[in-house]
Design a protein around this ligand. Structure first.
Ligand code: PMP
Length: 410
């Protein structure tokens, strides 16, 4: 593994050379929304489309064989990234679809009156499908609370999980950046007899995930957050659970036999991959996993957290007590992602003014209305970093905030 160098890494992303307007370079701090695409991914996708574009598992011609091999190899690569067996990896359209798959398929095995639990830190993708399931199946929806500091309240879990059949939590919050100690949550869930679903959307872009060590039962991620094309995501599930689950979508390639009135179904993962899968996006995701796995992630995270500290201190210096950080202000057990409010300003105004300086931030509720509500605010401004970010990005952001405050707080 090469020593970590943000400058060298930066050169791998063609879009980072982009100017937002003449003379205004891009400072991309919206990595939590979507990850930028490194050249290795762009090249892998173009190579596949130029030399191996065909449908998979259907035709016997050479291109079809290449496409099938590439798709199978992509599953192997993703499995390596998650330290799991490829046959337990299901390609989906993304994190949202993976969570809906579990909610609809595994959820159909739950009985009216059963309880399921969701933390209040969740993205809507890991909340709304459970609400829909609860309404459809007559289940009780239990709230897993957070601490005042914006982390999952572990002390509250033994009681909250009592009698719960399934719990859904995020590996890392897309608003506070807090990392959830999944192994501890999994132990508590196991003790309560609950299946644990983990949303890895924010965590997975920060390096390979040792899913077996986490001890959860389902793990999901979205390819685009790792810099893969849109339209591919992953569901990993424990084999006995996947085997017991009914199909989610019906169609080609998920069947064993089809009669006019009934069908029998293939084993997972094919059972959950009806229709033509996202072949080129999966090839891109495999390249993204290879790319991320080759980075010294400890060094990369230390670099990003140092920048996060610089950002937090800079915000505090410029905004004083108008500043409110949502979630932990410290740099332990967190991702390099910060959401904040500045009293007297609106997140969308801040984001618009910063965009003029080439600084890409996100403003709004970040698909986490319940969490914002718990913090007593409607929305926030978020900076989310990647390993390629540097001090110049942070300083451009802080200079932009200074400008914005002059305009918005005359
Ligand atoms: N969970 C979290 C924590 C996220 O940040 C996101 C993306 N914003 C999602 C789920 C949903 O991912 P997607 O929209 O790619 O399905």
């Amino acid at each position: 593994m090469e020593p970590f160098s943000p400058a060298r890494l930066r050169a791998e992303y063609p879009i980072l050379a982009e100017e937002i307007a003449p003379g205004v370079p891009l400072h991309y701090l919206d990595n939590g929304a979507t990850g930028q695409m490194p050249r290795a991914v762009l090249d892998a996708v173009v190579r596949h489309e130029m030399h191996g574009r065909a449908n998979v598992k259907r035709s016997v011609h050479t291109l079809a064989a290449r496409a099938t091999d590439a798709y199978d190899a992509a599953r192997d690569e993703v499995a390596r990234y998650l330290h799991v067996a490829a046959r337990d990896v299901v390609f989906t359209a993304g994190c949202t679809m993976a969570l809906n798959l579990v909610a609809q398929s595994y959820g159909s095995l739950l009985q009216p009156g059963d309880a399921i639990a969701v933390s209040e830190l969740e993205h809507h993708a890991n909340m709304v499908p459970w609400q829909m399931l609860a309404a459809r199946r007559g289940l009780r929806l239990v709230r897993l609370p957070m601490t005042a500091g914006g982390r999952l309240d572990l002390a509250a879990l033994p009681r909250a999980l009592d009698g719960v059949k399934l719990a859904a939590v995020t590996h890392a919050s897309n608003v506070t950046g807090a990392i959830t100690p999944i192994a501890e949550v999994a132990a508590l869930a196991r003790a309560a007899g609950a299946v644990l679903v983990v949303d890895g959307a924010q965590m997975a872009p920060h390096g390979p995930v040792d899913v077996p060590a986490l001890g959860c039962d389902f793990y999901v991620l979205s390819g685009h957050k790792l810099g893969a094309p849109n339209g591919v995501g992953v569901l990993w599930g424990r084999r006995p659970l996947l085997d017991a689950m009914p199909p989610f979508l019906g169609g080609g390639e998920m069947i064993r036999t089809v009669g006019f009135e009934t069908s029998t179904y293939a084993r997972p993962p094919q059972r959950f991959e009806a229709g033509t899968p996202p072949i080129a996006p999966a090839v891109g995701l495999a390249a993204a996993c290879r790319f991320h796995a080759a980075i010294d992630h400890q060094a990369a995270l230390a670099h990003q957290l140092a920048l996060t500290g610089r950002l937090i201190e800079g915000l505090q210096a410029r905004c004083g007590n108008r500043l409110r950080l949502l979630g932990p202000a410290g740099l332990d057990d967190r991702l390099p992602l910060v959401s904040f409010t500045i009293e007297g300003t609106h997140p969308h105004d801040l984001c618009q003014i910063l965009d003029r300086r080439g600084v890409a931030l996100r403003g709004g509720h970040h698909c986490a209305q319940v969490l914002h509500h718990a913090f007593g605010v409607a929305g926030s401004t978020r900076a989310s970093l990647a390993a390629f970010n540097d001090a110049g990005d942070i300083d451009a952001c802080l200079a932009g905030i200074e400008d914005a405050l002059k305009v918005l707080l005359p």
